[in-house]
Design a protein around this ligand. Sequence first.
Ligand SMILES: [Zn+2]
Length: 342
Amino acid sequence: MKIIYSDKHAGHDPQTFFVRGVKQRSTEQPERADRLLAAAKAAGHEILAPRPLGAAPAEAVHTPEYLDFLRTVSREWARLPNASAEVVPNVHPARYPATYPKALAGRAGWHQVDLACPIGPHTWDAALAASESAATAADMVLGGEREVYALCRPPGHHAYADMAGGFCFLNNTAIAAERLRATHDRVAILDVDVHHGNGTQGIFYERGDVLTVSIHADPDNYYPYFWGHAHEAGTGKGTGFNLNLPLPLGSPDAPWLQAGDRALARIREFAPAVLVVALGLDASESDPLQGLKVTGAGFHAMGSRIATLGLPTVLVQEGGYLSDDLGRNLAHFLAGFEAGRA
Ligand SMILES: [Zn+2]
């Protein structure tokens, strides 16, 4: 399989993350991508650089003011007195009608929904390279490849059109889907990350041309808390085109794969021309975030079942954190996918 990867991700090394009020280093570390790349190479996959597409693919999904914020905020923040090394918000407009602010602290609160998406000097370059990787993979599938995997870091599926969150800045999965949508009438997204793909859901929530399906740990007691419930089904023209399949925390392979079968049935019914898989590996039993208990065999089986759809497919790396199984689980999923194609 062809794999798109940029080493620019490494410049983004977030140091700020809060767990139950305790500040610690982010679990979204550069070593994640190093391990995934090593596993992909060891499995014999072909590694290619993204095309220099710039911000155009991201502009198809994100708002101009948000992209301007991501591009410039780190430099401007550094000029403030006593500023931290990373941009972290301390105030949010929350749920009430609000006015877009001029001050940097206000803009940070507007565009960063939580404290898990600090912006450092190289965050923009890393996020942009990840979006170029996803867009390059989409272009290659449009060009006739059956499947291409974009090894994106930072991940993207928690990012909305104008809002970062949960380690995510540019929504690589949505960017790939929108790129495919320019050629195809119907595009489906299947998100198997342990967290609900709330940003992706938000971007396509009022649209019937992009089906969004997410399998994840129940947000009643898991990030992103406010989104990902079964009753969230889309609105307006998008009604019926968002499917959430939350699972009880700690669910093992069997219910995860059963949810996968429900997801695939809905995708078959939708009859898309092409598929994007938001490939989080953090549903692993070994993942430090401990949402679900999926084994290597489970990832292999999910890859195989998705492949039987027979659709041209863009695989986009989402979450999956440091454990001895991280690289192995990617190899299991990709091997399963290739087996399901055969
Ligand atoms: Zn995740």
